[in-house]
Design a binder for this molecule. Sequence first.
Ligand code: GDP
Length: 453
Amino acid sequence: MTNNDTIVALATPSGSGAIGVIRLSGPEAITITDKVFKGKSLAKQASHTIHFGTIRDGEAILDEVLVSLFIGPHSYTKEHVVEISTHGSQYIIESIIKLLIRTGARAAKPGEFTLRAFLNGGMDLSQAEAVADLIASNSASSHQVAMQQMRGGFSNELQVLREQLIHFASMIELELDFGEEDVEFANRDQLRDLINKIHRVLYRLISSFEQGNVMKNGVPVVIAGKPNVGKSTLLNALLNEERAIVSEIAGTTRDTIEDEMSIKGVVFRFIDTAGIRETADIIEAKGVERTREKMKQAKLIMYLFDPVVQAQEEINEQLEELKVLGIPFVGIVNKKDLLDLSLIDSLDGFGLNFISAREKEGIEELKGEILRKVNLHKISNDDVIVSNIRHVEALQKTEEALGRVLYGLDNPVTSDFLAMDIKQALYYLGEITGAVTTDDLLDNIFSKFCIGK
Ligand code: GDP
């Protein structure tokens, strides 16, 4: 990997738009642009300035453009960066990029701008990953976690603890240098205190993952209930559009529908309706185990009843079954429009929600209940939330390694083993922020970025 190249890519989405922004980064970003830009000499301009002019291929004018200058290290990548805002025609953009490549730039690889920002110390690895999350964020909550992580999140806290641990590792290494002599440079009580402190931080971060994951990816929801109870109709009412096929014939909802709705900034992701069909027979003897497995993927079950065709005892039994599953659920009585008051009264006290999916009655109240059931407490800007599976895995491995160090401190374990386990913990902690990286790790992370980011 060489940082001597100057890279170029379209930074805005491909296709036509009002404008397109072509970005260059690298030592030659300004000189290459100067060769094709007719206007002021860019090399003589100050950083963070914008200049009007034309891009020319020989005598031919490709476009009138605005050029923004960022002189390294005061830029996203810490290198010289030029952003050329063109008219958003695909033809213009392609022609200018080809021209810049002929003039000495090279096409950027996916995520290469952000990779350079990381390699040049502009951000740590978890912040670089947050840039991708931020671009992908599609709700208030996913935006909030990504933004918090990009602004530093838990990196600083981990960095401080890591440095303290490094200190102990070097003290223990020093003991090893003295070999046979019985010296102890690393105070064991202090080390134990530090590890306990790190454990508490790790515990807090690891336990935040469940919420972080839900905020980032949405709450998986299953809608279940007997055939014809109105599951597809309810899904439509919730999504407020006729996407699922509503049918009079039981078992016709076969299409896989993965849909999302957002309530007050929290995304709910419906597990496919083939799943609904399957989970319909949850209480029936056949397939109960299999359907339970399916239900376990959900963080919330919406279970529908139709008292016109289901006796009260059956409803009772199913509610009991649901409680045993241990997953938050909302019991819903549908087709309220068909029920007489005495039937509604008789079901009072079961904590059920009465709706009419077809008439769209009670839907707003139901949404409120759904939100209460998942109990996502609002996080403040200071709360640190882990939402990245790679981070949580590294945190767990750190925790295991530190557990071995604690064991070693309380048992007759030699210093070289202690040192080894501390080093392991340091390795995994470092993986999160990128203090420790391998080419594979970087490839894996940045190849998922889009080109131009
Ligand atoms: P699913 O098999 O559980 O997905 O049930 P559907 O959503 O396909 O609905 C089955 C039938 O019940 C359809 O004819 C719907 O129009 C009807 N239905 C759904 N909700 C209501 C409702 O609130 N009131 C009435 N009267 N009919 C409903």
